[in-house]
Design a protein around this ligand. Sequence first.
Ligand SMILES: Cc1ncc(COP(=O)(O)O)c(C=O)c1O
Length: 300
Amino acid sequence: MSYAQPFHDRDGVIWYDGKMVPWREAKLHVLTHSLHYAGAVFEGLKSYNGKIFKLREHTERFFRSAELLDYSIPYTMDQIDEACKATITENKLTNAYLRPVAWRGTEMMAIGGKGTTIHVAIASWESSSYYGEEIRTRGLKMHLSRWARPAPNTIPCAAKASGLYMICTMSKQEAEAQGFEDALMLDYRGLIAEATGANFFMFLNKGTELHTPSPECFLNGITRLTVMELAKQAGYKVVERHIKPEELADAEEVFLTGTAYEIMPVGQIGDYKYPVGANTQKLMDLYSKAVGRDVKAAAA
Ligand SMILES: Cc1ncc(COP(=O)(O)O)c(C=O)c1O
């Protein structure tokens, strides 16, 4: 995905350490601790028709991610919720993507980072489809990454933290260089984990069962939890378990879930091919309703 306008050079405002600042002035110094030592935590949210989907859940994860990296967000959850709402109001957005981020500042340029000020910013911009309509219709082409999601005792893997994304960026770039659109990562045990910015699901047993890996070393996505609930309500048997890569041969339909991806059908993983089937389509419609988007408008 490429953007017409670089992110530093746009109109609008960004909430920065408690105040709205003009977009182009929302800067930080090169000797920012978290730029060097991977200490930023962030969120990705979407608003639909002016309402932010699962706002409090994202704010809670934002605070949890910071705690997992041994610092605290210096605001209350209510203040962050209000700041998120204010950025979309001030930027006159209804269907927006929001990006809260927190980081350790410049007081110390050494690993410990003790005494660094914690900064917080929230940006928002017009949301666009993470992948275009053509890919959404035929399903994503995925590469099997050579990078593994790390063990829980090597990194705080339940945090949405910048350091965890290095492998995702490398996997995605490698996939794109080889003509794919995204990458599926296995974990440190060789089990199926997740995509570079989304969780993994597959239908089995003539479309009656929806299987997804247990989130033991990757993000237990808010969309993932929403879709599991929707699938249960729709009568599917939902199974969380260890899934081996060989099982990709038996999958009937495959899709990914994430705030940006929403429900993204997968058409191919390596040599395996999948249809964009009726069960995935049904969950896509249910998700569109759940987030408050008009299904007919989305299809138009
Ligand atoms: C690596 C990774 N896994 C999973 C997800 C899905 O999380 P959510 O559904 O909360 O957006 C995301 C997106 O935030 C992600 O970046």
